[in-house]
Design a binder for this molecule. Structure first.
Ligand SMILES: C[S@@+](CC[C@H](N)C(=O)[O-])C[C@H]1O[C@@H](n2cnc3c(N)ncnc32)[C@H](O)[C@@H]1O
Length: 239
């Protein structure tokens, strides 16, 4: 019987150390509404959670989720999970500088976190922004979502955003996304690289595929809360 090889490291090959250093200055042009996404997501959690709630941040990158929660005044205890040491170091430095307390840092993957000892000690919510489209195959996406579900209380929300697979040839959201990126500051010279990456470099899902994956991973049907060119954000409740 063939043995399924799990290679979670593969999803990290998209970022070299130079790209990590430029991440914060480049990402707002590449994902239109990047800051609005994070602030909307933090605002939703603020309406859903009591003070002192426990929030799992999967793929914390350079700390945008943690800083947005802080900016909105949500007092929570966060578990920040990030497999790339350079990303994690930047996130830590920014959160320390902003005076954020109550963050448990985990350099690695969500499935490596110890599972909660009881339903009471599980997380009240999770965030997973702009991570899933780096992961292939589908089984590995499911592995991440299942690992998140296993660390959440029943009924707890997961706010997830991702690149969408292009649905129809018209309107061409990918072409518009590149125009938008240039207008938001991406150098003209990077158009070709962005086009090539959008064509071959990511593993996006259609909304129906995401709904099936959510169901298979222990979540209810995704509810859209954010949409911009080629990207969406959904609220998924843990069953
Ligand atoms: C585009 S960044 C998004 C970072 C942050 N969430 C944000 O919104 O700015 C993608 C992040 O996902 C992380 N990542 C990649 N594969 C992952 C996995 N299997 N589990 C958790 N994080 C992963 C990468 O290291 C990177 O920091």
């Amino acid at each position: 019987m063939p043995i399924a090889m799990h290679r979670p490291q593969d999803s990290l090959s998209h970022f070299d150390s130079a790209e990590v250093q430029h991440y914060d200055s480049r990402i707002p042009a590449l994902v239109p509404g990047y800051q609005v996404l994070h602030h909307s997501s933090a605002a939703l959690l603020k309406t859903l959670l009591p003070a002192g709630a426990r929030v799992l941040v999967a793929g914390a990158g350079t700390g945008a989720e943690l800083l947005a929660l802080h900016a909105l005044g949500l007092h929570c205890e966060c578990t920040a999970v990030e497999p790339m040491p350079a990303m994690l170091a930047l996130a830590r430095a920014k959160c320390d500088a902003a005076g954020l307390r109550h963050i448990r840092w985990h350099g690695g993957f969500v499935h490596e976190l110890p599972p909660p000892a009881s339903a009471q000690s599980a997380h009240d919510a999770a965030l997973c922004h702009l991570v899933m489209h780096f992961i292939e195959p589908l089984e590995d996406k499911q592995r991440l979502l299942t690992a998140i579900a296993q660390r959440l209380k029943p009924g707890a929300p997961l706010l997830l955003s991702d690149l969408l697979a292009s649905n129809a040839p018209w309107p061409d959201e990918r072409a518009a996304l590149i125009e938008c990126a240039v207008s938001l500051g991406m150098p003209e010279a990077r158009r070709g690289l962005m086009r090539a990456r959008l064509q071959n470099g990511f593993f996006p899902l259609h909304e129906k595929q995401l709904a099936r994956l959510a169901a298979a991973s222990g979540f209810e049907a995704p509810q859209l809360f954010f949409r911009t060119l080629s990207f969406g954000g959904w609220l998924l409740r843990r069953r």
